[in-house]
Design a protein around this ligand. Structure first.
Ligand SMILES: NC(=O)c1ccc[n+]([C@@H]2O[C@H](COP(=O)([O-])OP(=O)(O)OC[C@H]3O[C@@H](n4cnc5c(N)ncnc54)[C@H](O)[C@@H]3O)[C@@H](O)[C@H]2O)c1
Length: 268
């Protein structure tokens, strides 16, 4: 299917400060570019310092290299954002890694743990630290990254699925706790999006385009800009009564219950 999507930033975030983790690649990078285009002060984090510095220079953002699993690093980077811009309006927790995609009997526990740590512990630490800053100003929006793998079962994806399902329920819990503080907490559950993470899985032969396209009602990969557009919506005043949700942005993947779509116009 031809990719006809042309999602672009449509919101004005002038004067707002956003912190984006995992910003040196893929979805996080697209979010950083789009928030910068929408006028926001953009603080970007990643463990890939070289690519992060290039991005920060491109968008005139604040480069905050560090590992989101480190409590000290997360506290330091949050303090730096506050010292620089006085607060945090939006937190986008995009840092994440894929799991080994091996049969369960062959999986390594340290690799399993690292997947959980980057997605779940990292998002928790970032939310805890930035949430305290948001609470002082009485407003804020957090967007976590769940996945279709946190909604439906996928073979071999134990740690990734557990982390992503964990993020969806943590999103509900934080939304419930922080609503009275003026902080909204939501998550996006992307389907297969054309990023270096998915390219890596394809080049290792772990996934293939044809089965995914046949299994996705919209018949293609999503684009990072289509995720970024949903992130901006959730941060914007247009979503002012939305909190605690995990929004699938997946071309219909999580809605479809079969294993291959029928031909267009046919039901079989
Ligand atoms: N691409 C997809 O199809 C897809 C689908 C569902 C969910 N997601 C989720 O969306 C998010 C972004 O995915 P992507 O496809 O852009 O991935 P990506 O691999 O292109 O980018 C992820 C970034 O996170 C960074 N990172 C890894 N560990 C880190 C750490 N400990 N601290 C700070 N940064 C770290 C990496 O260096 C990388 O730059 C991830 O949470 C991913 O799980 C992606």
């Amino acid at each position: 299917m031809v990719n006809k999507s042309n999602a672009t930033a449509t919101f004005d975030f002038t004067g707002k400060t956003v912190v984006i983790t995992g910003a040196a690649s893929g979805i996080g990078m697209q979010c950083a570019r789009d928030f910068a285009a929408a006028g926001a002060n953009v603080a970007v984090n990643d463990i890939n310092q070289v690519a992060l510095n290039d991005l920060a220079a491109e968008i005139a953002g604040l480069s905050l290299a560090g590992d989101v699993t480190s409590e000290a690093a997360v506290q330091d980077l949050t303090n730096t954002v506050v010292e620089t811009w006085g607060g945090v309006d939006f937190l986008i927790n995009a840092a994440g890694i894929a799991d080994e995609m091996k049969p369960t009997f062959e999986q390594d526990i340290s690799a399993w743990q690292r997947v959980l740590d980057v997605s779940l512990r990292g998002s928790y630490l970032m939310a805890r630290e930035c949430g305290q800053v948001m609470a002082k100003s009485g407003s804020g929006s957090v967007v976590n990254f769940s996945s279709i793998a946190g909604i439906i079962g996928l073979p071999g994806r134990n740690a990734y699925s557990a982390a992503k399902a964990g993020l969806a329920i943590m999103t509900r819990g934080l939304a419930s706790e922080w609503g009275g503080l003026g902080i909204r907490v939501n998550a996006i559950a992307p389907g297969y999006i054309d990023t270096p993470m998915v390219e890596g899985l394809m080049s290792r032969g772990k996934i293939g385009t044809e089965p995914i396209f046949k299994r996705t009602p919209l018949g293609r990969f999503g684009r990072p800009a289509e995720i970024s557009a949903a992130v901006q919506f959730l941060c914007s005043d247009s979503a002012s009564f939305i909190t605690g949700v995990t929004l699938p942005v997946d071309g219909g993947y999580s809605s479809f219950g079969g294993n291959a779509l029928p031909e267009a116009g046919s039901l079989a």
